[in-house]
Design a binder for this molecule. Sequence first.
Ligand SMILES: NC(=O)c1ccc[n+]([C@@H]2O[C@H](COP(=O)([O-])OP(=O)(O)OC[C@H]3O[C@@H](n4cnc5c(N)ncnc54)[C@H](O)[C@@H]3O)[C@@H](O)[C@H]2O)c1
Length: 270
Amino acid sequence: MTDSAPAPASDTESPVCRRLVGRTAVVTGAGSGIGRATVRRLAAEGAHVVCADIDEETGKAAAAEVGGLFVRVDVTDPEQVEALFRSAHDTYGSVDVAFNNAGISPPDDDSILTTGLDAWRRVQEVNLTSVYLCCKAAIPYMRRRGRGSIVNTASFVAVMGAATSQISYTASKGGVLAMSRELGVQFAREGIRVNALCPGPVNTPLLKELFAKDPERAARRLVHVPVGRFAEPEEIAAAVAFLASDDASFVNAAEFLVDGGIAGAYVTPL
Ligand SMILES: NC(=O)c1ccc[n+]([C@@H]2O[C@H](COP(=O)([O-])OP(=O)(O)OC[C@H]3O[C@@H](n4cnc5c(N)ncnc54)[C@H](O)[C@@H]3O)[C@@H](O)[C@H]2O)c1
């Protein structure tokens, strides 16, 4: 497959819609990749954005760029996560949107045959336990207002298996998907929507790092992407903004694929 669909034009980075004016959005993993692009997009749509990251430098930069609030947080720590949502509420008066997005994909999480218990547990903590903690902390604020939108970052690997396994990562994302569905059902009548965002492979440091040393592995993956390229972070951010907004008022407990058609494809290698 040599052709690929064009990446979005840069003018899509200046959306005309202002769907989030007056809303407060908390973004974890705000300093990089999908989180960073989403911070920009939510702010452009009018939201107050609370930028949470374990990396102080990048998180602060993200907040400074949009005039938002930076909170340093390790999303695996219950007290720090509670303090994050408390700060958001105390600063802006509400928590309307939670984009629970921080995640890791370390190289020692690989085939089940070689992945040790330490790597397994670390990935579960950062990718899955963190989402549990963030939802647990955010939902009470949303219940008070009778509205809220939670978007939890899963992955397309939550709905299909990869031959190039990262066993704990995949299992963690399956957990995010199942948890989001259940929370969406439980709190729907209180005006709180919970959706799992399932991005396909994105041009971010996480993926670049993974494949930089292994171009053959990257090429093997691209064969499976109908549009013939990885996503730009801005394309994922646009989906988050939609899910966060009232335009998605009937989208709940969904596995929201933004994957360029990967999960729908039956591809025959050349
Ligand atoms: N990049 C992809 O191709 C892709 C595809 C599908 C899903 N995802 C998911 O999207 C999310 C974001 O991925 P990305 O590619 O933007 O990654 P990234 O590495 O560019 O950014 C992740 C951010 O999370 C932060 N972080 C890591 N551990 C943390 C912790 N314990 N506490 C607080 N912050 C922490 C990092 O400092 C970093 O700023 C992840 O959940 C990832 O699994 C990524």
